[in-house]
Each structure stands twice: as structure tokens, then as C-alpha cells.
Design a protein around this ligand. Structure first.
Ligand SMILES: Nc1ncnc2c1ncn2[C@@H]1O[C@H](COP(=O)(O)OP(=O)(O)O)[C@@H](O)[C@H]1O
Ligand SMILES: [Mg+2]
Length: 301
């Protein structure tokens, strides 16, 4: 299995510094790696982006670990690597399954906040969707990301029936996302989560959340999602989440889970494992060692 990282921009032979420690851990665990140029990939210059990726003699599995890609960019990366005999662990469809919340919503519906979505950014469709939540609190995000660090102004809507406030928050969200807006809008019922602390960087409320990495449907590692706050020794019970993971159409993904104030654990969101960050607190050697175990079983590489 080859891990594909992004280069440092200034030097195509040097890894992006944010992934240096991951790369060392990957090598320690027995993976090989190649570097691509992220900038050239998103510019559509795929051949140039992959010019330092050595072609595999026999088909080899690959895993990208880097910045988020749109499904279109991911598909270009996937096909470019295939030409070099490297097959990324997730097909473009599998990537999009966890990347876009609406694509996997049906698979997690029993354990995740009630949600609806639209690609139409009109007042009419926004109010139609938000009315479905009555006077409950909701949050807004796009198909991939929220503006959680602008919690009060562009994420949290205290009362979904207050049209004026709904439009003010949603418009601020659209403005902040700008060109980066992914596909459309998602509205989600707000759930009271167990409070951890206030985030020092933005003042948003941090709640008890964990990030579970799954490879080949098995748990690789459970991380505290935040690097701040006192988590205590408590961890989520994994059985139910492992059962749900079996139906997710992806070979490498994350499941972020949170604890409600009433003690119930819910799924916040899924993500493709290739573009999901490891928390700063993560033991990278342990992560890559487990990843090697879980991926060697199926791929033999
Ligand atoms: N429905 C919800 N109920 C309560 N808190 C939520 C809800 N949705 C999001 N949050 C809070 O906002 C944070 C960001 O939401 P998330 O969907 O993970 O967006 P992002 O993709 O930007 O990380 C979550 O980690 C959680 O703390
Ligand atoms: Mg998140």
C-alpha cells in the first residue's frame, strides 16, 4: 500500500510540513509513499501533479492523505494514479458517499440529527426546508462543511420558525463559504450535546465528540475530536456504530460521534478517511500501525 501525500509547494520533492510526522509514522509502520502537487491537481494539471509518482510494476493499492478534494478533483487523482498502476482504496463514488452528507444520510439516519437539504439557494427553498423543523433550533452547513467557528452568526439558528433570523444566518453562511460552497445547503436539527469547554480560537461551544476511523469496516482508532477540554475516561460504546459502518459504501472513512446531554450517542457526520485530519493529540505511530494491520488483511500489500 502506497500513501500519497501533498508536496510542500516550494519544493516538489519535500512533503507538506503538516504531514511530515504522519509520513514518518507511515514509514515506521511499513508503508511506502509518493508526493503529488496539490496545486497542480486542483489546477487540472494532473500529469504534472503526479510527475514524481513512480509507476507501480504490478497493481498496488494507494491511499491519499491530504487536503480535501472535490469529487471532481478526486476523480482526476484516482484516474491519474490508475494509469500508474496505483488504485486508491476508495473509488470516486465511494469518496463522494462519505464526503457529501446527503449521499450517506440514509445509512446513518437512525443515529444522526434529522436533516434536509437543497441545491437551490433561494429564499423560498430555504424557508420551505427550515419550516420543517417547527420552532426547534437548527444548524446550517453545506454538503461537506459548516462555518462552526462563526457559530452565532453563520451556523446556529436558535429558532427555525424565525424567518428573518434564518435568512440572516444562512446568507452569512453563504457569504463566508463564497466559492468554497459545496453543492448546496443542509439544515440539521440541533441536539443538546454534553458541553466540554469553549474553544479558545473561536469561542464556539466544544462538546464531547470523538472521531472513529474505519478501514475495511473495522475500527482503526478512536480519537478525542478536540484537543481542548477534559474528556475524562469515558469513550463511546462502539457496537452500534460498528454495525452501521458495515453498510457504509467506503473502505476508509471517519465517523464523528457525539454525546447528547441525555446520555445517548449520535453520529455527527461521516468523512472520507483520506481527507480527514488526525487531531493534534493523535499518536500517529499507533494510528499508522493499526491502519497497516487493518489494510493488510484485505489487500495483502
Ligand atoms: N445538529 C447538531 N446539533 C448539535 N451540535 C451540532 C450539530 N451539528 C453540528 N454541531 C456542532 O458543530 C460542529 C461542526 O459540525 P459538523 O457537521 O461536524 O461540521 P464540519 O464539517 O464543519 O466539521 C460539530 O462538531 C458539533 O460540535
Ligand atoms: Mg465536523
Amino acid at each position: 500500500m502506497r500513501i500519497i501525500y501533498c508536496d510542500s509547494v516550494f519544493d516538489n520533492k519535500i512533503i507538506e510540513p503538516d504531514y511530515e510526522k504522519e509520513k514518518e509514522a507511515a514509514i515506521n509502520a511499513g508503508f511506502s509513499f509518493s508526493l503529488i502537487s496539490f496545486e497542480e491537481l486542483i489546477d487540472g494539471k494532473i500529469t504534472r501533479s503526479l510527475r514524481f509518482v513512480k509507476e507501480a510494476e504490478n497493481t498496488e493499492f494507494g491511499m491519499y492523505r491530504g487536503w480535501m478534494l472535490t469529487p471532481n478533483q478526486y476523480e482526476k487523482l484516482y484516474n491519474g494514479l490508475l494509469k500508474k498502476n496505483i488504485e486508491l482504496v476508495n473509488s470516486p463514488i465511494e469518496y463522494t458517499h462519505c464526503h457529501y452528507l446527503p449521499n450517506s444520510y440514509a445509512k446513518i439516519v437512525s443515529k444522526t440529527p434529522k436533516s434536509n437539504w437543497t441545491k437551490e439557494l433561494t429564499t423560498e427553498s430555504i424557508l420551505k426546508l427550515t419550516k420543517a423543523f417547527g420552532d426547534n433550533s437548527i444548524i446550517v452547513k453545506d454538503f461537506v462543511k459548516s462555518e462552526k467557528h462563526h457559530w452565532e452568526t453563520a451556523c446556529f439558528i436558535p429558532n427555525a420558525s424565525n424567518s428573518e433570523n434564518v435568512l440572516a444566518v444562512v446568507n452569512k453562511f453563504i457569504e463566508l463559504r463564497g466559492e468554497s460552497l459545496n453543492e448546496g445547503l443542509v439544515f440539521r436539527q440541533f441536539e443538546e450535546l454534553e458541553y466540554l469547554t469553549e474553544y479558545s480560537k473561536s469561542g464556539m461551544p466544544l462538546t464531547k465528540e470523538f472521531r472513529i476511523f474505519f478501514a475495511n469496516k473495522e475500527v482503526v482508532k478512536v480519537f478525542n475530536y478536540w484537543d481542548e477540554g477534559v474528556y475524562g475516561a469515558e469513550k463511546p460504546a462502539l457496537e452500534e456504530f460498528i454495525a452501521i459502518a458495515q453498510a457504509i459504501d467506503s473502505n476508509f472513512f471517519t465517523m464523528d460521534v457525539a454525546k447528547k446531554k441525555n446520555g445517548e450517542w449520535i453520529i455527527m457526520e461521516l468523512g472520507d478517511g483520506q481527507v480527514a485530519g488526525l487531531p493534534d493529540n493523535a499518536d500517529k505511530n499507533e494510528f499508522y500501525t493499526h491502519l497497516k494491520e487493518k489494510t493488510s488483511l484485505k489487500t495483502g500489500s
